[in-house]
Design a protein around this ligand. Structure first.
Ligand code: NI
Length: 169
């Protein structure tokens, strides 16, 4: 396994729509392992392939509490097939937007269809933190960042700071 370099804002790659994976082969399995290692190393609870510079529909997550055994999810071509009407507000951050967080309102429960690393089609029902995380990661595959959900005031404030910080980099 290899640590991959994180793609940070304002890299335009984070705004691209990622391509579906056609073949779940060793290249994809290596990508999933590397992404998991990169996520744990950061540390973070979720990572999408565009965040390591790969525009393909691949995500990893582990939302287990620190005092529990790991619960690593590896998903290829994940798709939300149903969302609860009920919503929850959670504080989100993003490894591609270091040092900023914001409260995001999302459906409390979602059902996700995906392929695992063996290529088997699976379904997962997520609630709470895992539900917010899987929605956040799938958003990355569509070029959407959590800051897009914040009020215009908060969003503009964050982006002004980011552009100032990254100017000349
Ligand atoms: Ni993120």
């Amino acid at each position: 396994m290899t640590l991959r370099a994180l793609t940070l804002v304002p890299d335009p790659l984070l705004r691209q729509v990622a391509e579906p994976v056609a073949d779940i082969d060793d290249t994809i399995r290596t990508l999933l392992s590397d992404m998991a290692e990169t996520m744990y190393d950061a540390p973070g609870i979720g990572l999408a392939a565009p965040q390591v510079g790969i525009c393909q529909r691949v995500i990893v997550m582990d939302c287990a509490p620190d005092d529990s055994p790991p619960e690593l999810w590896k998903m290829v071509n994940p798709e939300i097939i149903s969302r609860s009407d009920e919503t929850s507000k959670l504080e989100e951050g993003c490894l591609s937007i270091p040092n900023y967080t914001g409260e995001v309102i999302r459906p409390t429960e979602v059902v996700v269809q995906y392929h695992d690393e063996a290529g088997t089609e699976k379904e997962m029902t997520a609630t709470g933190l895992l539900a917010a995380c899987v929605q956040h990661e799938i958003d990355h595959l569509d070029g959407i960042l959590f800051t897009d959900y914040l009020s215009k005031l908060k969003r503009d404030m964050i982006w002004r700071k980011i552009l100032k910080e990254t100017r000349g980099r």
